[in-house]
Design a protein around this ligand. Structure first.
Ligand SMILES: [Fe+2]
Length: 339
């Protein structure tokens, strides 16, 4: 399967340059759009986001550097690869372009073969990045499938994901950790896919064998994901979201620092939702009672006390109050860019 037809935007104030580039690129099967200055380029991008931009550095009014800066500030456009075209073999402009986030630069007059080679390789990277976004779509879909299996936990995955991300952000996790946390939260109960339906949905007490099925879900989930390279750091969250700091959790009985901050966050989010949700065999607890239980577990050294305190403040501030309205969008949070 070949790559999709790429859309390239050429921005240059010189009509002759535009024509040359347009002919060159459309001759290779690319779809080309053009703009004659920075302002026009930014307007056109509102309508359609190109897969790649060739951007002249020196233009009247809004120059290439200003356009580049704007593109990199906007989450919607910051992943567009940009090749700066500089008329000067002036080192300063080239350095400035790269510092502002240009992926490459070419000095005019440029070599056609070189230009085409750069375009090809940047587009290749761009399409790989687009693929990564679909990994997140697959994760969200998988999460929905798991949830559909368990009739008592409707909305659990979305709520836990929202709690975990809220807590992660307040605890100051970086973008990379937040991405893993989001994926881990969506997939934390993936292993329940292997728990028989009648065990998962049993209204009464579970016997020993049935409990064993449930207790194995972190390991099953982790083993399903283990082969997927891009999810390596997510596997740990799935495997250890039921661990407790004093070693009383499962499956590995990890203690203290052996449990990552992402897994500690997940444990708090997961327990809080389980306590506050109504099931067929129990009422949901009030926020206050649930927070008290979390705080007790914090004092007993089972949950991370600092994180429990941050989480309590978020709940008390009403941070998750309007969660009901936000749930439909939760699966569509755009992921932060990959490293
Ligand atoms: Fe779980």
């Amino acid at each position: 399967m070949g790559e999709p037809v790429a859309r390239i935007m050429v921005v240059d104030d010189n009509e002759m340059n535009i024509r040359v580039l347009e002919a060159l690129l459309s001759g290779r099967g690319y779809t080309v759009s053009t703009a004659h200055d920075g302002e026009e380029a930014l307007e056109k991008i509102q309508e359609e986001i190109p897969d790649l931009m060739l951007l002249d550095a020196m233009m009247p009014r809004v120059d290439g550097f200003a356009v580049l800066k704007k593109l990199k500030e906007n989450p919607k456009t910051r992943l567009i690869p940009v090749v700066m075209l500089t008329a000067l073999s002036d080192l300063d402009s080239n350095v400035k372009a790269v510092e502002l986030g240009a992926d490459d630069f070419l000095t005019k007059p440029f070599n056609k073969a070189l230009l085409l080679a750069r375009v090809r390789s940047l587009l290749h990277v761009k399409f790989l990045l687009d693929e990564l976004e679909s990994v997140d779509e697959i994760i969200a879909m998988t999460a929905r499938i798991v949830e559909a299996k368990d009739e008592y936990t409707e909305g659990h995955v979305e709520r836990v994901t929202a709690f975990a991300l809220g807590l992660g952000q307040a605890a100051g996790l970086n973008e990379w950790s937040m991405r893993n946390l989001r994926r881990g939260a969506l997939l934390h109960d993936l292993g329940k896919i292997a728990v028989p339906d009648d065990v998962l949905n049993k209204p009464g007490k579970l016997d020993k064998e049935e409990w064993d099925h449930i207790l194995r879900h972190p390991e099953v989930g982790a083993s399903i994901l283990k082969g997927l390279k891009s999810l390596a750091s997510v596997v740990d969250i799935v495997l250890h979201h039921h661990e407790k700091l004093d070693g009383s959790g499962y499956p590995d009985g990890l203690k203290g620092d052996e449990i990552t901050i992402e897994s500690r966050i997940m444990a708090i989010a997961d327990i809080y939702d389980a306590l506050t949700t109504k099931r067929s065999y129990k009422e949901g607890m009030s926020k206050e009672t649930a927070l008290r239980i979390l705080q007790e577990e914090g004092q007993e050294g089972k949950l991370d006390e600092r994180l429990v305190n941050i989480f309590s403040q978020l709940v008390e501030r009403g941070e998750f109050e309007s969660l009901g309205d936000r749930i439909p969008n939760l699966f569509n949070i755009p992921p932060p860019p990959p490293r």
